[in-house]
Design a protein around this ligand. Sequence first.
Ligand SMILES: [Zn+2]
Length: 447
Amino acid sequence: MSRLLIEGGTLIGLAEPGDVHPDTDLYAEGGAIRATGTQARAQAASPGEPVERLDARGRWVIPGFVQAHLHLCQTILRNGPEGLELLPWLEHHIWPGEAAHDPETLDVSARLGLAECLASGVTAILDMGTVRHSDALFRAAGRAGIRYTGGNVLMDDADATPVNLRARAEDGIAETERLRSYWHGRDRGRLSVAVQPRFAVACTERLLRMASEYAADRKLIIHTHASENRSEVDLVRARTGIGNLALLDRLGLLTSRTCVAHVVHPENGDGPRLAATGTTVVHCPSSNLKLASGVCPVSTLKAAGVRVALGSDGAACNDRLDPFAEMRLAAVLPSTANPPGKLSAFDALRMATWEGASALGLPGGNGLAPGGRADLVVLDPDAAWSIPHEWSPEPYAAIVFSMGPANVVATVVDGVVRYRGNDPTVMGLKPRPAEIKTAVAKLKSRM
Ligand SMILES: [Zn+2]
């Protein structure tokens, strides 16, 4: 059973803005936080397995970042064409690229993304995956030791999707069930399977209904995209006669287990609809700006009672997988609304951590109190370019506005240190440049 003592850090639990505890030890055993303060050292001294130690003096300890919307299969598709909006970008770059993947290229793409996640303080991810070879993604996530919720993507619409990247509704659901029966709950519960209809445009109503019924039956997370781009919203209305989120609601896909990426263009009634169903919106600001989709009205959605988490989306439309970049944008973009909205640094940090963890139904909350999961990040506030506590008594603005992955000195998942220091190979996970080159060449030759 893993044992970890984090010594002398400032614990910033994020339960509320005053949840800041300087010079406080933290002890975790078996993946759970067992004690903080004076009790921590006493429990670490008790007989048992060797105790791993992290010196956190002068450092800040916060709950781990949750990337609530990613596409690890797209990491090696980064640095692609510029200037395309969502639908042509999917057609010309993403769908041919995803269709070209084999298990080896998927593994390289996933490991590159997972290494970046661990080096950025990410402890849990919700990954959209692709249509085939999904075992490669679970295998890579297992190797990283990260909390991973993912699965195959469901897409079956013959008019809207390419023939080499679609699966019949029955086959798609059967593949999700196969993945569930093998992977769900593995690695001490760190790996989970989600039901993932890509978005309404790519799916027949029959598939969406089957996905909804299957997810309800198995109590699985539902992960989809909606109302990202104006043309997408118009297309769904032209096809079905109703709004995008109204359609998902009618088909039973909006639930308290559902994460909907984007919602840049909500329509009348969508805020109350999302709030009433307990659906989580995953805000992906970098991706929305790069694909000219617009800005998600986060302040309005939150005022309506909607839970909003954060994600980087795929590296092909970001092109980073950096939670600090998303927090910073999430905090500054509301001021572009008319009338201007507001999101505090504390709220942005909560979105990147607690809200994502709640959306994924992670056990035991996401704070730093005994009983919580030992999924956390150690930040060095003196590294890189931040100057902590010179002008503000609270740590939140420093973390959100001036820190970045260079401030991450350790990432702990399930009580085990999965990243330590500025190791460029991130615990042996990052593919070598030659591996990446070979994988990209393979994709190009098949596209
Ligand atoms: Zn996405």
